[in-house]
Design a protein around this ligand. Structure first.
Ligand code: ADP
Ligand code: GLC
Length: 486
């Protein structure tokens, strides 16, 4: 098929090269699905040290200087591993060639020069989009993501002849907010300052560049698209989102079933599908052994995977534990994040040996084993733009228990008596985001768990859901066409 539409997808992370959260999964899954739909989609990513180490000698396209950055810049071209999707890399060793994560040190401290790092990255993305860096390729549209590339639509808005732009909000809580004097140091065009620009109550706020200047805005679920137009979810930016609501669309993320499917997952000891659930019991045994879980092998096993930050509500699980452990429940936790919360998780596990266990850190293989081996997946997020683990859990027959918010509300159907009777239920929802409401939902789940045939019916219904990227990519493609006036 001829490549008709040219899209530049700018992102600060992408699986499997560099990942701190769901954005990496989305960048990979969406770009791959668009490619399969015949779109000429290309990615642009900072050339972090860990990324360059995983790629065979990328080809150098250009070497140049940009405003606001005293270091020379190189633009490299490679491919996303195991795909045909071209990958541009912005190489500024002084910014990206470091030991640590994409946004901070291994100890979790933000890099102090993050504004410089991502302003420079965004400038190069904008120049690439304007056809100034690769003589052989210019996109019709730039798709920027989160605050790290939010300056791209802002910079493009200053140009007479420019590609169209879409900006996706993956999480409005991360805005890229810095003191005002940083704006001058970045040598950004003066016209971008002020309340109608990047200024927000006297500070520089990167994400405003996307919110104000992109032709279209998207976020990663329909419910979150509504929520961010309200003060509790808007952090003061909700007036902008209400003002732009005609140009704001919620598109639920897909998931990559090549990676997340118990039929073929290479990280799990036994494979299974809705008609052959036996493998799941073996995975549960392996998971219990890994974590030293003791007692009745059929006792329900609940799990949490995620960043240990306020958003994800892991503290609500710990608060609810006294009510939950009376029911013979076992719990495993995989996560890393805030030091206080990590300590609380560690102490809780130590206090309940054989019943509660935790792995503090990031571990891809263990995340897969947990998805396969657990019976219940807890996601009590206070807010959740989309959330991916509840969708993975559905496919693994690991029944999700979620706070009714954002993408959790849009992807899990509550096992109410009516939904159970109609055969539409896939999990359990609760609200508000409190330990009591969570405990109530877990008790409802455990009640059903005791009724094996009905529980397995619920598992099977979840496993049959299809949240593949093809559907979401179709929505993005329609939006791109609309943005281009088609
Ligand atoms: P967010 O992007 O807000 O962190 P998502 O649910 O969209 O939340 O995506 C989180 C992704 O990161 C999932 O793929 C999840 O499995 C993964 N993940 C989070 N924490 C860990 C961890 N400690 N170890 C392995 N994978 C993790
Ligand atoms: C963000 C959100 C998460 C979403 C992910 C990918 O990190 O917190 O809900 O799934 O982005 O869009």
């Amino acid at each position: 098929m001829p490549h008709e539409l040219k899209i530049l997808f700018t992102t600060s992370e992408i699986h499997p090269l560099v990942k701190t959260g769901g954005l990496a999964d989305v960048a990979q899954g969406l770009s791959q699905a668009l490619h399969e739909l015949g779109v000429d989609v290309r990615l642009c990513l900072p050339a972090y040290r860990a990324v360059l180490e995983q790629l065979a000698a990328p080809h150098q396209l250009a070497q140049f200087h940009i405003a606001g950055c005293r270091f020379p810049v190189r633009l490299l071209l490679s491919r996303l591993p195991a795909t045909d999707v071209p990958l541009y890399l912005v190489d500024i060793p002084q910014y990206y060639d470091r030991v640590g994560g994409p946004y901070g040190t291994a100890e979790g401290l933000d890099w102090p020069d993050n504004p410089q790092r991502f302003a420079a990255f965004s400038r190069v993305c904008a120049d690439l989009a304007l056809g100034r860096l690769d003589p052989h390729w210019q996109p019709d549209l730039v798709h920027a993501n989160d605050w790290q590339t939010a300056l791209v639509p802002a910079l493009l808005s200053l140009e007479m002849r420019r590609p169209a732009s879409v900006f996706t909000i993956h999480n409005l809580a991360y805005q890229g907010r810095f003191p005002a004097d940083v704006f001058r140091r970045l040598a950004l065009p003066e016209s971008l300052w002020g309340p109608d620009g990047l200024e927000f109550y006297g500070d520089l706020v990167f994400i405003k560049g996307g919110l104000l200047f992109a032709d279209w805005l998207t976020t990663v679920s329909p419910t979150y698209a509504q929520e961010i137009q309200t003060p509790p979810f808007g952090y003061g930016l909700d007036p902008i989102l209400r003002w732009r609501k005609e140009r704001l669309v919620g598109i639920l993320n897909g998931v990559d079933y090549h990676q997340w499917d118990p039929r073929r997952d290479p990280f799990i000891p036994a494979h299974y599908d809705p008609d052959h659930l036996g493998g799941k019991a073996r995975d549960k045994a392996a998971l219990r052994a890994h974590f030293g879980i003791l007692g009745d092998p059929d006792a329900p096993l609940a799990a949490f995977i995620g960043r240990l930050v306020d958003q994800k509500g892991a503290d609500l699980i710990l608060d609810a534990l006294p009510h939950l452990l009376t029911r013979d429940l076992r719990l495993v936790i995989l996560g890393s994040g805030d030091a206080d919360l990590e300590m609380r998780v560690r102490r809780t596990a130590d206090a309940h040996p054989g019943q509660v266990a935790a792995h503090l850190g990031y571990n891809e293989a263990l995340a897969h084993l947990i998805e396969a081996g657990a019976d219940l997946f807890l996601m009590p997020s206070r807010f959740e733009p989309c959330g991916l683990n509840q969708i993975y859990s559905l496919r693994y027959g690991t029944v999700p228990v979620v706070h009714r918010t954002g993408g959790l509300a849009d992807s899990v159907v509550d096992a109410s008596p009516e939904n159970l009777a109609q055969g539409t239920a896939t999990g359990f929802q609760f609200a508000p985001a409190t330990a009591d409401a969570l405990a109530g939902a877990v008790h409802r789940a455990l009640h059903l768990y005791a009724d094996r045939p009905r529980w397995e019916a619920l598992m099977r219904r979840g496993m049959a859901q299809d949240f593949s990227w093809q559907r979401a990519a179709g929505h993005y493609l329609a939006l791109y066409r609309r943005a281009l006036g088609g």
